[in-house]
Design a protein. Sequence first.
Length: 464
Amino acid sequence: MTKRLKVHSPYDGHLLAEIDMDDASRVETTLETAYQLAQDRDKILPASRRIEILEKTADLVQSKAEEFARQAAEEGGKPLVDSRVELARAIQGIREAAQSIRQLTGHEVPMNLTAASMNRMAVTIREPIGVVAAISAFNHPFNLIVHQVIPAVAVGCPVIVKPARATPLSCFNLVQCLYEAGLPQQWCQAIICESSLAEKMVTDSRVAFLTFIGSGEVGWKLRAKLAPGTRCALEHGGAAPVIVDHDADLEDALPLLAKGGFYHAGQVCVSVQKVFVHESIVDTFSKMLVALAEKLVVGDPADEKTEVGPLIQKSEVDRVARWVKEAEADGAKILTGGKKIGERCYAPTVILNPSDKSKVSAHEIFGPVINVYSFNDRAEAIARANRTPFSFQAAVITRNVDTALDTAKKMNAATVMINDHTAFRVDWMPFGGRKTSGLGVGGILPTMMEMTEEKLVVFRSKPS
């Protein structure tokens, strides 16, 4: 009997869909189909055709953006207002990929510089790497699939995508748009399977590239099991730190930091989590942040007024609540929140001076919690911010350009925002973590480059 996956709303638990799960036979067929396609270079779709398909896909997604945004909000729990932004970004990302195909160029390598290199000309070209396996996460159910699947299509790689089991419907929506736009189905195949089967697939020697978005525990485990030669890109989480110096413009910065911390109930890999505030303004900062947190509307993500939706599972609500209570027991002060709202939501929470050893400090919260730490020495605050195994995006808030640049230089982060929140991203910028936060660089064009390989072609002419 075929196993069925039931997809439920994370807000109230109602059933959204039932989907047949793929078994080992289906996974093998999918993998072999993609592999055989990748082996025949003559079957790669011409660049002009790929551009045409992607442009049409973007048009189709745009025509259905409201429907897809509501679907994403319902299955993933991100408020509708933010899911609409996600769909707008996804459309831009697809168009960006179509436009970036022309940047997949090689270059000339100088010859005739020595006696041995005479009568030769050398150029590089970029070729698709082969079968791409994409394992995705729940928190941006449409746009994450765009960032993993669309670059593969753009460069001419067959791609197999496994969405999060909590949010498969958005993935299906994008894949169907690709088919409607003219992409032959074997070039992009979606599977829904158990994690053990997904692991077996991505560690198969027929896979040339793994793109993984999810927990560090799973990502690094998969990387260790990849077949020799398989490349990968891993995007994990972080504990995004912010340094707020004494001269910060709080009226400007606080709405940004509140949005960056409570957006999608904090279920964002670069969500504002650890804010180090100069002691001269920490009281004012904390009061203003609490006021903003307490005004946020928490509830049904399909409601136009909702600003903070549910966590993806009830167990996640319980975990966040447990971590906050542990921090309080260790001496932290809960300034607001610190409580469940029903079984599936958690109140936007501000914690003052939790211990650096508390879970809310030492781990990624992935919930609507912002920690505030008082400091009087910026160098020590930076050192504390850097003292985690994570390193993704960070920020500094100050009016002083010297302070901004010095802090940006000393913070261990892949990206440092100045006078902005840590969750800022546009889809064409490089995006990726250091240390345990990930491997490789995301973003549309950077991913396209990682999914291709450079080949050197050397021409020798007969001496005259």
